[in-house]
Design a protein. Structure first.
Ligand SMILES: [Cu+2]
Length: 356
């Protein structure tokens, strides 16, 4: 009710101001037609054009200075650098064109402002001009698209060369589960209809498939640095999207089919924590968290950087919180971690004994 009253009062005040301006305008009417813009009005608008141009430039620079700290740090995968470079060049071209065209647009608006006695020139068309402004974008865009397609094909060339590690990412509302192929690096068959929570078969592995027995199901992904990883994505319910921003990787997870993405991690978690951009981000975040802790608010524990797998497709109410930690480590550390994990057959037999 209070909100309604406030809105009503604001509306009435707005109407009153509008009416008062109208009265003021009417009282200013002189003998000559006040509706026709005078030289003074045109000059004023011309200056406003130039002021707006300045505003665009200052605002752009301000935003870059203030918000570029939110950019992702250096890419942590082999293809990531190429991807970032393509993005940087695309943005460079867009910025260059934007700066030039805005300057021309506003400057000509100012230069050719209306003046008493000045008549606009009628100009039907100009073949040379049309040719220039068609051919330049055609060449630039064709170059960008070809380069983009080349990069895309390179990134999406998923093959079994160089002995890749096979990792399954399983999406469901609202969490991720990962599965490794075990000693044979081959994932056992799985089907959503075989899911049996009571027997810890959370991913629906086919127990009759010998490849499934040594599979390892985990809630934290460990990746050996420098080894090619082939991810195979599945979804249990709706569309999800496996997004690993630090590795510049994203692929939709579609119910009923297996999608793939492949990359080679190049920077370990420990090394990434020393990256100046990451150090800076951790410092800023922990300053905010310390403030929260002082006020006794939640989410105030000190934060440490980790790679993450996120969901980048709005899949329901807890979509925002669908994430899994990724740890990139040396081959030895990875092997040691893998040794400490239980295989699918071990967890299933344990559950069966517990139930009995
Ligand atoms: Cu999701």
């Amino acid at each position: 009710m209070t909100t309604f009253l406030i809105i009503a009062i604001l509306l009435l005040v707005a109407v009153a101001i509008w009416q008062m301006t109208k009265i003021f305008e009417l009282s200013q009417v002189k003998a000559e037609a006040a509706q026709v813009a005078s030289d003074k009005d045109n000059k004023y608008n011309g200056y406003l054009m130039m002021a707006f141009l300045l505003f665009i430039y200052v605002f752009t620079i301000f935003n870059f200075v203030k918000y570029s700290k939110f950019f992702l740090p250096e890419a942590a995968s082999e293809h990531g650098g190429e991807y970032d470079y393509l993005m940087l060049v695309s943005f460079g071209i867009i910025m260059f064109v934007q700066i030039i065209t805005q300057a021309l647009l506003h400057y000509y608006g100012y230069k050719y402002k209306g003046e008493e006695g000045k008549k606009a020139l009628f100009f039907a068309d100009n073949d040379r001009l049309e040719f220039i402004w068609t051919i330049i974008p055609v060449i630039v865009l064709a170059g960008l698209i070809l380069w983009g397609l080349y990069t895309w094909t390179n990134i999406m060339d998923i093959n079994d060369e160089d002995d890749p590690l096979i990792v399954e990412l399983y999406a469901q509302q609202f969490n991720w589960t990962a599965r490794y192929g075990g000693a044979d690096n081959v994932l056992g068959d799985a089907n959503v209809r075989l899911i049996d929570i009571d027997r810890a078969n959370v991913l629906g592995l086919d127990e009759s498939d010998p490849n499934a027995a040594d599979d390892i199901i985990v809630k934290e992904i460990h990746l050996p640095v420098g080894r090619k990883i082939n991810f195979k994505m599945r979804s249990q319910d709706v569309l999800h999207s496996a997004y690993m921003p630090h590795f510049r990787a994203q692929m939709n997870c579609v119910p009923g089919m297996i999608t793939e993405f492949s990359f080679t991690p190049t920077i370990t978690t420990a090394d990434m924590r020393l990256n100046p951009d990451v150090v800076d981000k951790v410092k800023r975040t922990n300053a905010i968290r310390a403030e929260r802790a002082a006020k006794g608010e939640p989410n105030s524990d000190p934060w440490e950087f980790d790679y993450v797998l996120l969901c980048n497709k709005i899949c329901g109410k807890s979509h925002y919180n669908m994430q899994l930690k990724i740890i990139v480590e040396t081959e030895e550390e990875y092997n040691a971690w893998m040794e400490s994990q239980q295989t699918f057959s071990q967890t299933v037999s344990q559950t069966v004994t517990a139930v009995q």
